[in-house]
Structures are given as structure tokens and as C-alpha cells.
Design a protein around this ligand. Structure first.
Ligand SMILES: Nc1ncnc2c1ncn2[C@@H]1O[C@H](COP(=O)(O)OP(=O)(O)O)[C@@H](O)[C@H]1O
Ligand SMILES: [Mg+2]
Length: 322
């Protein structure tokens, strides 16, 4: 896939912008604040429906305007594709492909990108949630169907949490207990699929990361990454469960579902006391190592940068390998 042309209207600092692009590397040179990153951000938004800098759309719309438009002309297997997104300050966003309306959440099916920016240092130094978002974004780019699975899991998790919370307030009655069991099965079903997919894609990413790290850093420090599952932790209810949980390597989908059920039983009491779901893919993490040592807390600043960049380069290679 090539991005041939990018058009912006009222996006960030641009009233309008028309940018023609060539296959291969394209370099933008300009002063600080001229809008170089804004161009990259616009393209990234089309493929991820999010910005790498802000969590809401408001800042993306030019100050004083009500809506912004990002339009991209793509070339895919010799065919042209016109992809368009309208960001609205006070209404739902709208999307089009070849001038026909589609749901904005369908956009990532048409365009995939990998963005590397200073914010990505958080991949190695930041919170587990940053790493979960990273791996889920990669999964979504590779298999957009999974975006629906993530959304379903989040919904089940919210409902289960609401039930646990109300049960804590009122004491858990039999009726509620059986509803909880229904949610458990949904949670396990969706959650084990997410865990299995994350484990598979992290394994597939490994060789690309190693190659990219070597290219970036000029040395092979044996970078590795693995999924750390909260359901395998000795004490999943502990705050630092992610740290003590063993890595997951060769669990099957069924094995993961069984382990998830067992973990839910283990934390059942703590969950009723605290009113939240204490284990599952929403509490998992990725662990990066260099020469066998965890990146976080051990690696140098430069090594962490190299790792973050290698991760993103590896993502690009993995997506390209389709
Ligand atoms: N919603 C907005 N409306 C108007 N200007 C904006 C908006 N968001 C960002 N800007 C401006 O865009 C500029 C930053 O653009 P950016 O692409 O990050 O710069 P750089 O070329 O250094 O990468 C800043 O001057 C900022 O004030
Ligand atoms: Mg910039």
C-alpha cells in the first residue's frame, strides 16, 4: 500500500494542505511548530482512529472550527482508493471510502500504518496499559475483526465490574451470583481469545524485533519480548501482579480458558471485596528483555530508545509480510 496524496482541511494548524507523496521515504523539513508531525498524525489517525499525542479529537480540529477533514488517496495492488474522515467537534465522526459512507471504525481495514514518535519511549518505560494498547493496535491492523473482540471484552468487563460493585454494596445474593457466572463465561471466552492472539503475534514479532534492534543499535543484545499473563500469577489480586506473573509461551486457547477460570475462582473473594475484575487480559503486560535482563529498570536510556524503535520497525515488517 502506498499513500499517494494527503489532503487536510482544518486539521491542527492547517486550514488546507495538499501533500503529494512518492513511494519510498518522504522527508518533511521545516521549523519547529510548522506542522510536520501534524501531517504524520493525520495519516496515523486514519489507520488507528486515534492520535499518538492526545486521547480526544478536540485538539485535532483547527482552533475556532467545528470539523476537520483528513483525506488520503491510496494505491493498493494497483488500485486507487480514496479514504476520508471528518472529525466533528460536536457530532459523531464520519467516514467514506471511494465516496461511499462507511462506519469510521471500518477505516483501519483500508489503511495500515506504523508511527514512531518520541511518545513511544512509553512503550518500554510506561505503564502496562501502553503496552497492551501497542499489541492490540498491531493485532487490529493485522486482523481488524479483533477490534470487535476487544470492544466486546471491554463491554463484558464493564458489566461484570458493575455487578461486582453493586454486589459489594448489597451483599451477593443467589440471583446475582448466577448472573456473575454468566459474565464469567463470556469474559473467559473473549479473554482467552485475546490472550491467545496476543501471545501469537508477540511470538511472530520476535524475530523482526531482533533483526531491527541489530540494525538500529549495531549490536545483538538478544532483545526478547513475552506476554505476561495476570491469570498465571500466584496472587493475581496483588497490585504488582504483572511483575510476579510468569510469562506465557505454549498455552493453547483451551489451556488459557481453563487457567482463566481457575484464576477467577482464586480471586473471587478479593473481587467481591474490591468490586472489580482482578485478572484477565486487561491486567496483562509485555515484558521486554535485553541480554536476559528486563528493559525497564536495567537498560540504558539509549538502549530503551533502540528497543522502542526496533519494536515499531518490527511492526512495519510484520504488517508488510502479509
Ligand atoms: N487544533 C489546533 N489548531 C490550531 N493550531 C494547532 C492546533 N493543534 C496544534 N496546532 C499548532 O500546530 C503546531 C505544531 O505542529 P507540529 O506538527 O507538532 O510541529 P512540527 O513541525 O514541529 O512537528 C503548533 O504551532 C500548534 O500551535
Ligand atoms: Mg514534530
Amino acid at each position: 500500500m502506498f499513500l499517494r496524496h494527503l489532503s487536510l482541511t482544518d486539521f491542527r494548524n492547517y486550514q488546507t494542505a495538499e501533500v503529494a507523496l512518492a513511494p519510498g521515504a518522504n522527508l518533511f523539513v521545516g521549523s519547529n511548530g510548522q506542522g510536520k508531525t501534524n501531517l504524520v498524525e493525520a495519516v496515523g489517525y486514519l489507520s488507528t482512529l486515534g492520535s499518538h499525542r492526545v486521547s480526544t479529537d478536540q485538539a485535532l480540529i483547527r482552533a475556532g472550527q467545528d470539523s476537520a477533514i483528513v483525506r488520503a488517496r491510496l494505491e493498493h495492488d494497483g488500485r486507487e482508493l480514496l479514504v476520508e474522515l471528518q472529525l466533528n467537534r460536536a457530532a459523531a465522526n464520519r467516514a467514506q471510502v471511494n465516496r461511499a459512507a462507511i462506519k469510521p471504525r471500518e477505516l483501519p481495514r483500508y489503511i495500515s500504518t506504523v508511527l514512531f514518535a518520541p511518545e513511544d519511549l512509553a512503550l518500554v518505560r510506561g505503564e502496562p496499559s501502553t503496552r497492551r494498547r501497542f499489541v492490540d493496535a498491531l493485532l487490529g491492523a493485522k486482523a481488524p475483526r479483533l477490534l470487535g473482540v476487544f470492544a466486546d471484552y471491554d463491554r463484558v468487563l464493564k458489566q461484570r465490574n458493575a455487578l461486582l460493585k453493586s454486589a459489594r454494596a448489597s451483599g451477593l445474593k443467589d440471583a446475582k451470583l448466577s448472573t456473575l457466572e454468566l459474565w464469567n463465561e463470556r469474559l473467559v471466552e473473549l479473554g482467552s481469545e485475546i490472550m491467545a492472539e496476543r501471545i501469537a503475534i508477540v511470538a511472530a514479532l520476535g524475530p523482526f524485533v531482533r533483526e531491527a534492534y541489530q540494525a538500529v543499535a549495531g549490536s545483538d543484545q538478544e532483545p526478547t519480548l513475552e506476554v505476561v499473563l495476570s491469570i498465571l500469577a500466584d496472587h493475581p489480586e496483588a497490585e504488582d501482579a504483572e511483575v510476579s506473573a510468569p510469562a506465557a509461551t505454549d498455552l493453547t486457547r483451551e489451556g488459557l480458558a481453563d487457567a482463566f477460570r481457575a484464576a477467577l475462582e482464586k480471586v473471587a473473594r478479593a473481587e467481591r471485596e474490591r468490586g472489580i475484575t482482578l485478572c484477565g487480559p486487561h491486567r496483562d503486560d509485555l515484558l521486554f528483555r535485553l541480554n536476559g535482563l528486563p528493559g525497564k529498570g536495567y537498560a540504558s536510556h539509549g538502549e530503551l530508545w533502540s528497543f522502542a524503535l526496533a519494536l515499531k520497525l518490527a511492526c512495519a515488517e510484520l504488517l508488510r509480510a502479509d
